[in-house]
Design a protein around this ligand. Structure first.
Ligand code: ADP
Ligand code: ZN
Length: 839
């Protein structure tokens, strides 16, 4: 140490200030590490884990997240010498956006699901909050000179000259303007060149956060009215004053004008005369505003509900982690147990979170939660506008809202001191996110509860194999509601063998005679019917009878679905559309047939058969518009519809009391899926949809048509005894070594060039086997994925089965590192831990 350098502490860092000098930053890109940046003095005092920063990363500037701060490079685990540490360019938050609890949870997800930490953190924040950096280009004196001399000589101006001229003309020019003129890559290259030559300077500036608080103009009375002697008020002006006075609080400008039916100028005149004041206020966007004033009757719990609730509240009061599987048959009153448990948590001063599998189900639950908790409820899901989401998120973050309901990503709700998490329909596949980060909402909820010392309730009539197994082995407390409310019987389920129907008619039928008769009788009794077919569109493929050709997607290895209304063939995987061919695209023959009916065709057939019935359809195609889902269900609930056709969307959650018949047109496509969960999924769907029948006073009936009546999923669905299905299925899982007996990791290798995908997959497999010296893993493949081509990419998969997740993780790390060092592009590889399907 040389004299005059100032005092150094033992770590070799100047200790003149006690502020951290370095930040560990996670960036939302495909890398599995964090990076160390230096903190300029101006940020050092306020930088904390959970704050967003702007950092240089390669050639770009990225918004990253501080995950730790360090006093020295040694502390950051870096060699102090010989490395160049870049500086943080900007610190966006002085208060951390991500709480320590959530930061830890995102770290767990990153490790467990093999996802970039920065990507997980980004995913846990509302989209509207993410600010972006913008590149601004301005011309220099040299640049102007060059424009007048060197560049002016050319007759054909180069891209560079054109770009420079544009910057000269418009002053401070955002790079995206140049990208619009040329293309993005070209513009970036030209800007770099111009900067190097000294003709332009490049600066970076933050764009404002995408979403701003919503403001509105409001009107209030002025405390002291103007002195006597001024002109008397007109009748209209008088109405405005009176209305404001009665309201006793400021009113939005537009709303006031409408309420007393005056024009804006009347209010403006009052403002000029000093009677009222017009001001701007921030308002909250309230996605539940339409639910105001809704109240609910207090039910008396049944003894079984009470017993379940008591067990939950006991653990809740203990303040320690406990997981419950609430296994209740359809209509057994699980929702009421959730609500009471949430109330218990809130009454204890804790917060509560409820996850539902589908966005469409949130309004129903939100209504009930609002009735009890009022404004303390926030709702989070992706069909809210960005602004609404941001406002709801802020209300949770600042503690105004203490109860949150939402779909999968609501598991990241910024609630503090969480006491209870409810996961409704825990078996639903939609809890798994199918893009990076590929986390499972239910399993993340369990992990969050475990870390926070909270209770978690997993509810279902058809628990996932994993959860039931966990209850069986004592990992979860098992709570059973085995009767419907009011002692109602479960619906009676019958299976119609379509092979017999075929033999009877000598040709294929969409509806059996049994089903037709049942629909007609039910209608004549004035009762409602649900018809399920889990396939939308009109026909699932187009086939030529002459040459056997069927029309496939150009990007994917699937047939195109015919949508009659739109007169288009559509790919349900990539969205590719084609016109309907007149003849066979292959042999030009005229014998084009549409095979495999979808919901659109079923609806058309039913309308033709029963013109007197009021029929509508509920699937992804009819519910694209905001509010369409609620409207269709509302119409059905009030009885202005006799029959509703739909996909699995109609199977979940709804409580219609006049539905006494459920018809399942076919489940054969689902059963035939080359996937180890095909039976589980079919059994769940059938049990759920059967649960929609007979929820009121009248008994329910269910008809299921199939060509595979011998399948055990169907057999057990007919009996409606979950335990029998479980016993059978669990043997299959054990024998075939599938979850819950092993952990699965599916590694997908994708590339538009088959050779590249195949060679990468082969090398990956080799490296995995090398890394697995102890043979703790079963490595299967590489093999073409069941969906072997998707969105223009070939797909191969390597499946890892293991009982030792840690070894799997280590082998994967080693294999990835090996691939990276040999120059493979790791972006081709998708790692899916605990996949819900292997398609
Ligand atoms: P699940 O979610 O288990 O299918 P729900 O919670 O929808 O069942 O309850 C089924 C029906 O029973 C609903 O109409 C609900 O209002 C009613 N219900 C629930 N609990 C009670 C109770 N304790 N007393 C009377 N009705 C109840
Ligand atoms: Zn496609």
């Amino acid at each position: 140490m040389s004299v005059g350098q100032g005092p150094l502490d033992s770590t070799g860092v100047s200790c003149l200030s006690s502020h951290p000098m370095y930040a560990e930053v996670a960036v939302p890109v495909y890398v599995h590490q964090t990076f160390t940046y230096a903190l300029p003095a101006s940020f050092a005092a306020s930088a904390q884990p959970g704050c967003r920063v702007l950092v240089p990363f390669g050639k770009q500037l990225l918004t990253g997240y501080v995950v730790a701060v360090h006093a020295s490079l040694e502390e950051a685990g870096q060699e102090a010498e010989g490395i160049e540490v870049k500086e943080v360019e900007e610190l966006f938050d002085t208060d951390p956006l991500v709480t320590p609890e959530l930061l830890e949870l995102t770290k767990w997800i990153a490790d467990y699901y093999y996802a970039p930490w920065g990507e997980v953190i980004k995913c846990c924040l509302p989209a509207g909050i993410n600010a972006e950096a913008e590149t601004i280009v301005s011309i220099t004196v040299e640049g102007r000179a060059a424009l007048a001399t060197t560049f002016a000589k050319r007759t054909q101006p180069s891209t560079k000259a054109q770009a420079l001229a544009l910057v000269a003309e418009s002053g401070m020019t955002p790079a995206r303007e140049l990208a619009k003129q040329f293309n993005k890559a070209r513009a970036a290259a030209v800007i770099r060149e111009l900067e190097r030559e000294g003709y332009v300077t490049v600066t970076r500036q933050m764009q404002d956060a995408v979403v701003k608080p919503k403001r509105q103009q409001a009107v209030r009375l002025v405390e002291r009215a103007p002195i006597e002697g001024s002109k008397p008020l007109s009748e209209q002006q008088d109405r405005v004053i009176k209305h404001l006075f009665d309201a006793g609080e400021p009113i939005a400008f537009a709303q006031l004008a409408e309420a007393v039916s005056v024009s804006a100028s009347v209010i403006r005149t009052l403002e000029r005369r000093g009677f009222v004041e017009v001001f701007t206020r921030e308002v909250r966007r309230d996605p539940l505003a339409h639910l105001k004033g809704h109240t609910e009757d207090e039910l008396t719990l049944t003894p079984k509900q009470q017993a379940a609730l008591d067990q939950i509240t006991t653990k809740l009061n203990g303040g320690q982690y406990a997981a419950f599987l609430l296994h209740g048959v359809t209509g057994s009153g699980k929702t009421e147990v959730y609500m009471r448990a949430m109330r218990a948590a809130v009454e204890k001063g804790k917060t509560a979170l409820m996850l539902v599998p589908e966005i469409a189900l949130t309004p129903m639950f939100a209504r009930r939660l609002r009735a009890h908790f009022g404004d303390a409820v926030a709702i989070l899901h992706s069909s809210l506008s960005e602004g609404e989401r941001l406002d709801e998120w802020n209300r949770l973050r600042n503690g105004e809202a203490r109860v949150c309901i939402g779909a999968r990503s609501a598991v990241f709700a910024p609630l503090e001191d969480i006491g209870l998490i409810v996961v409704d329909e825990e078996h639903e596949a939609s809890y798994k996110q199918d893009e990076s980060p590929r986390y499972h909402g239910r399993d993340t909820a369990i992990m969050r509860a475990a870390r926070a010392g909270a209770a978690v309730i997993l509810g279902s009539a058809t628990p996932s194999m994993e959860s039931y197994h966990n209850a069986h082995t004592g990992k979860y407390h098992y709570l059973k509601l085995d009767e419907r409310i009011g002692g109602r019987a479960l619906a009676q389920v019958e299976v119609v063998d379509m092979r017999e129907v075929f033999a009877r008619h000598g040709k294929q039928q969409v509806f059996s005679d049994e089903m037709k008769a049942a629909i007609k009788e039910n209608f004549e009794r004035g009762e409602q019917t649900l018809v399920l077919l889990n396939r939308r569109g009109f026909s699932s493929f187009v086939l030529c009878r002459s040459c056997g050709h069927s029309v496939h997607c150009t990007n994917c290895d699937v047939t195109l679905t015919y949508h009659k209304m739109e007169a288009r063939l559509t790919c349900h995987y990539c969205g590719h559309q084609e016109r309907v061919p007149r003849g066979c695209p292959n042999c030009d023959g005229p014998y084009i047939y549409y095979v495999g009916e979808g919901t659109e065709q079923i609806e058309a057939l039913l309308k033709e058969m029963y013109p007197q019935m009021r029929i509508s359809r509920l699937d992804r195609d009819t519910t694209r518009k905001r509010g369409a889902f609620e409207r269709l269900l509302g119409d059905f609930a009030t009885g202005s519809m006799d029959l509703l056709v739909g996909t699995q969307m109609i199977a979940k959650g709804h409580d219609f009391h006049n539905v006494t018949l459920v018809c399942v047109v076919s489940v054969d496509a689902g059963l035939a899926m080359p996937d180890f969960r095909a039976s589980e999924r079919t059994f769940q769907l059938l049990t759920q949809v059967a649960g929609r029948a007979g929820r009121g006073e009248k008994p329910g009936r269910v008809l299921i048509q199939s060509y595979h009546t011998e399948s055990y999923a169907l057999e057990f669905a007919r009996e409606q005894v979950y335990e029998s299905f479980y016993e059978h299925e669990i043997h299959f899982r054990q024998e075939m070594r599938y979850p819950p007996f092993v952990a699965l990791i599916n590694i997908l290798v994708r590339h538009s060039d088959y050779g590249r995908a195949a060679s990468t997959a082969a090398e990956l497999t080799r490296l995995l086997k090398v890394a697995d010296a102890e043979q703790a893993l079963r490595i299967l493949g590489p093999a073409p994925a069941p969906l072997s081509r998707l969105k223009g990419e070939h797909r191969l998969q390597v499946l890892v089965k293991t009982r030792n997740r840690r070894r799997a993780r280590e082998a994967l790390d080693a294999a990835m590192l090996g691939l990276k060092e040999s120059g493979y592009d790791l972006r081709m590889i998708t790692v899916e831990v605990d996949p819900v399907s292997l398609m």
